[in-house]
Design a protein around this ligand. Sequence first.
Ligand code: ARG
Length: 273
Amino acid sequence: MSRHILMCDPTHYRIAYEINPWMRRANAVLTAEAQAQWQGLHATLQGLGVQVDLVEPGPDVPDMTFVANAGIVLGKQFVPANFRYAERQPEAARFIRWFEERGYEIVRIHEPHFWEGEGDVLPYAGQVFAGFRFRTEHRALDHLDEILGTPTVRLELIDPRFYHLDTCFFPITDGLAAYYPPAFNGEARDALRERFADLIEVPEHDALRFACNAFRVDGTVVVNTECDSFTAALRERGYRCVETPTAEFIKAGGSVKCLILMLDAFEGLPSAS
Ligand code: ARG
């Protein structure tokens, strides 16, 4: 879990190109609505006691509000992403500058391999889960394993609508996680079933509303609206759900978790101690 995160306001957010099945240039973002939704999420997280740092958005990088893809943070080290698409690559320098200015050491994975930060690499209870295929390359994870000092649990993604791990998998706590099974190949489904005693199967309706792209703070889960089966499953297990609208961000293929980069979540790994 994380109590210290980075966010980036959506001043320059728009659908300027199409790099996943959600994005259509014709489906324009309603700018005021996006601002209101992002401010709502920001206020919700602060209200839950999360410390939110901000990185400045840039006019040339309309997807930068999806900070989850910036990289991962290991203590005072920042491992920057190597974005798959040229359209997002200019974000890297902006994120690296932000971390450098705050005294972080920049540790890079091999440049020839693509990977997209917390979009595909998620920590949970001393383990790290890594999705690959659409954005992150399997080979990139070899080097990431060395940096992390522990082998990532590799999960192959097979549905292009769920192109990042954080769109279809949500590690919660104490043997509890949620996932959308059809987004994974058989081996990945088995790997998840082995590791979680209680694995919530999110139905397609909720998965398409980015239910798995949620964020937990203590006993509260922050999630997009109208993920009713998912929130019912969480409430049954004693969680409180805060539903916050993110429809304008779903137009670009992202929701709650995509708008967050955790600054303190990889603690407890050999590399971060
Ligand atoms: N439009 C962005 C892209 O395709 C959305 C990124 C969503 N981020 C995430 N962590 N799933 O790269």
